[in-house]
Design a protein around this ligand. Structure first.
Ligand code: IVH
Length: 687
């Protein structure tokens, strides 16, 4: 195909794809099937591969992410990002109305909007394309998070209609409630720390270094404030500016109201006080803004906030109820979490029966006694929390709640490490929830991927005394499995306090499936088996690094801490954890047994690194290339090179694509790392 023709086709495809993105993510009205959408995107990617010079940084193909930002560049805001003055009472709103009325001395109209509880963002558009996305930071300067923001599909990369040439638009990036729950569930499975609330999840996600990872998360965005350039004075009000922004392709709140007086404003506040709990995202109040821009200008700003707007914050809903008892739950890492059982109480639309007490310090801070009356609150957090104790209602002879000293599951004395808030059960190989947790991890998809077994069936096999560790799975026979069944009760995570009752059974097909899958798992590559062992801090990537560097379990087990630290991307904490794991005789025995069963505990040397074209040298890949970044990394791997995400003294080459961040370049120059282009790289591996 001719280049000119390709340019036109890429342009047309990009437009069509973004239009479908707009229909789906902004209007919530899908205009094409997922399959057809993927076909269009693949077509675009194929063309871009053929004509790499035609790839635009704002092509829809860039939304899948891939750019790594090691250090987010600090950028000064052109106009400071101010905050809003907060109010908690209607009297303060009345004051605000009369204050503004008096200052302007004209009839006023107000816009009421929801106050989104997320992370403020400022987007800059030039000639209709997204240039830069910057966080609020300290209000004067924030972090450049453009690569990550581009993965949010409701944020247009190119605008439509009669947009201004150069302008900034501000809004709030948030994590939808349901996606937040899913994310935390997944993190819990992976033994990663949980996010306390959707706001923290949004903030944490925006600052991830790998934009491909951000693309997998479900961030979304509402835009609510346009900094219009002077030539755009034709737009006279906040309300109209939002409608205009909508016509340019932005996702603009639809829950806004024009209010003429105090009564209408109070009605808006009242309506959302309850209804906010049914929204798919968190809000923590509403925002009242003077509608007319001329009047806004007349009112001006204080040092911190505009005089033409005020936030009304809803009080977190509270209720008083009674503590019935405290449970102590042991997680799969051995951490013990105290949970309060409460007399059921209605709060923010749901019945609350349980609340987390976090740890021993939290109980001590509350000064909690048995059967105390407590205040529970449901704020931004999904799990209700106890905020205070009503000591006036305390029974005279009531004793303080004491943290247990021994594991409620296995009786082992609990330990607490320096600087850690949690108490742990150290009996990691003998404590039932920890054993079951480890086996669940071993069979999970990214580890040994054993079909047909899940939490319920593992629990049943464990209760029957058939499995005590992962190696026991390989001793199971059809006769042992077939016919087993049990009614299992598990706490309902979505409705704390409720119990889900299910029947778990092993029928003919399931039993055969499991045994077949166990056989299959003997071909699972070494790095996944290593990951499956569940060594603390050894996730998928670390397992692969260890396996590639040392090639066998024997060498890993024998390595000293210093030798482990030598390996690319293995730090102090991981090295110590790996070293310690193999100093435990039980772990050595487990590995020996799994080895006897036929699992993979070594791998072949990839290529003779010294003789391979890239001779074991470390590459950092950054920017946009004619091929996907994954493809390039694979080529590095295949030719005996090493990939790293950050530039250090060990880096041999920075492979620089289009639009690479200036920070990377600077750092490479500082450390004397050679910067090469895609063409030079291709020469290296072909020559
Ligand atoms: S207008 C000059 N509108 O609240 C202030 N802000 O405390 C312009 N926020 O940093 C902001 N929802 O992140 C505005 N509908 C809304 C909002 C909103 C949430 C956040 C924003 C700001 C903070 C102010």
């Amino acid at each position: 195909m001719e280049k000119e023709q390709a340019r036109r086709q890429i342009e047309a495809l990009s437009k069509t794809i973004e239009q479908h993105n707009y229909s789906y993510y902004v209007l919530a009205q899908p205009s094409i099937s997922d399959f057809d959408f993927d076909t269009l995107l693949e077509e675009l990617i194929a063309l871009e591969k053929q004509f790499p010079e035609l790839v635009s940084p704002n092509s829809p193909s860039q939304r899948v992410g891939g750019d790594i930002t090691k250090n987010f560049e600090t950028v000064a805001h052109q106009y400071p990002m101010l905050s809003l003055s907060n109010s908690y009472s209607r009297a303060e709103i009345t004051d605000f109305i009369s204050r503004t009325q008096k200052a302007v001395n004209e009839t006023l109209e107000f816009v009421c909007e929801l106050k989104y509880d997320g992370v403020a963002i400022s987007l800059n558009y030039q000639n209709g394309t997204l240039q830069r996305a910057v966080t609020r930071g300290d209000g004067n300067q924030g972090d450049d998070v453009t690569a990550n923001v581009k993965t949010i599909k409701s944020i247009p990369l190119r605008l439509q209609g009669d947009f201004p040439k150069n302008f900034e638009i501000r809004g709030e990036i948030y994590y939808p409630k349901s996606s937040f729950l899913e994310l935390n569930k997944l993190r819990e499975k992976q033994a990663l720390p949980l996010f306390a609330n959707p706001r923290n999840a949004a903030a944490g996600t925006l600052k991830l270094q790998d934009s491909a990872e951000v693309a997998k998360r479900k961030l979304d965005c509402w835009l609510y404030y346009i900094m219009l350039p002077d030539e755009e004075r034709r737009i006279a009000t906040q309300y109209d500016s939002l409608q205009k922004a909508k016509s340019w392709g932005f996702r603009i709140p639809n829950n806004i109201a024009l209010c003429k007086n105090q009564e209408e404003i109070f009605e808006f506040i009242d309506d959302w006080e309850q209804a906010r709990h049914d929204l798919p995202f968190d809000i923590d109040g509403i925002v009242i803004k003077v509608n007319s821009f001329t009047q806004q200008q007349q009112l001006g700003f204080t040092a911190k906030s505009p005089r033409w707007a005020i936030a009304y914050k809803y009080k977190a809903e509270e209720a008083e109820t009674r503590l019935l008892s405290v449970d102590f739950q042991v997680g799969r890492t051995g951490a013990v979490t105290p949970v309060a059982n409460l007399e059921p109480v209605l709060l923010a639309g749901t019945t609350v029966k349980r609340a987390s007490l976090h740890n021993a310090d939290f109980i001590a801070q509350l000064g909690l006694h048995k059967h105390d009356f407590v205040m529970v609150e449901k704020g931004g957090e999904i799990i209700p929390k106890i905020t205070s104790v009503n000591t006036l209602q305390r029974e005279t002879d009531s004793l303080p709640v004491k943290f247990i000293t021994n594991c409620p599951e296995c009786g082992t004395e609990l330990v607490r490490e320096q600087d850690e808030a949690a108490w742990y059960c150290p009996n990691s190989d003998g404590c039932p929830p920890q054993i079951k947790g480890k086996i669940e991890h071993f069979i999970s998809r990214k580890a040994l991927n054993i079909d047909g077994l899940g939490e319920g069936r593992i629990a049943l096999l464990f209760d029957q005394g058939l499995i005590k560790n992962a190696a026991d799975l390989y001793d199971l026979s059809y006769d042992q499995l077939f016919g087993l069944e049990k009614i299992i009760e598990t706490p309902d995570e979505d409705n704390p306090g409720n119990i889900i009752i299910r029947k778990v059974s092993f029928r003919e097909k399931t039993s055969k499936n499991i045994l077949e899958s166990l056989q299959q798992s003997k071909t699972v590559p070494f790095h996944r088996v290593l990951y499956g062992l569940g060594i603390r801090y050894v996730g998928e990537t670390v397992a692969k690094k260890l396996a590639d560097a040392l090639l066998s379990i024997k060498k890993i087990a024998q390595a000293t801490i210093e030798e482990l630290i030598e390996i690319d991307e293995i730090g102090d904490v991981i090295a110590k954890s790996v070293h310690q794991y193999f100093r435990d005789e039980k772990h050595i025995q487990l590995v020996e047994r799994l080895k006897e069963k036929g699992l993979q505990f070594e791998q072949e040397q990839k290529a003779n690194l010294e003789n391979a074209k890239l001779g074991g040298q470390t590459f950092v890949v950054s920017g946009i290339f004619s091929r996907s970044r994954d493809e390039i990394k694979q080529m590095i791997d295949d030719n005996g090179g090493k990939n790293s995400s950050s530039i250090s003294k060990k880096t041999a080459y920075l492979l620089a694509g289009e639009n690479m961040g200036p920070a990377k370049k600077e750092q490479a120059e500082k450390l004397g790392v050679k910067i090469i282009s895609e063409t030079e790289f291709m020469k290296m591996i072909s020559g």
